[in-house]
Design a protein around this ligand. Structure first.
Ligand code: ZN
Ligand code: ZN
Length: 115
């Protein structure tokens, strides 16, 4: 059994997909990262290494009102980014429910972890 490893485009967590997982996946299906809740749509699933995902959004729970909402690529590209004291980039998005400003921090790891 082969396992395909995919780096999450958001948090760089490695997602493992077995042959069985992939047999059940179809183009248009959505995978959710265990680590950061990013949603990725399967855009190609042809076997072997021939597998592609497109980032849809990141499911976030608003710390202010507790509602869930998706942070999409578009939202992120429009979101102002501030740099914390430790040099980490933080994006500010607005909760669509209560308009709270939420800081999203993405760990920008250089993936050096091997299996
Ligand atoms: Zn992730
Ligand atoms: Zn809210």
């Amino acid at each position: 059994m082969t396992t395909l490893e995919i780096d999450c485009p958001v948090c760089a967590e490695v997602l493992e997909l077995t042959d069985e997982d992939r047999a059940e996946l179809q183009v248009g299906d959505v995978i959710v990262c265990d680590s950061c809740n990013a949603e990725m749509e399967v855009t190609r699933n042809e076997g072997g290494e021939d597998f592609e995902l497109e980032l849809l959004g990141i499911l976030t729970v608003c710390p202010s009102c507790g509602e869930e909402f998706d942070v999409t690529d578009d939202m992120l590209s429009e979101a102002p980014t501030v740099e914390g004291a430790d040099g980490k980039a933080v994006s500010i998005v607005t909760c669509p429910h209560c308009r709270a400003r939420i800081e999203l921090e993405f760990e920008d790891e250089e993936g050096s972890r091997a299996g």
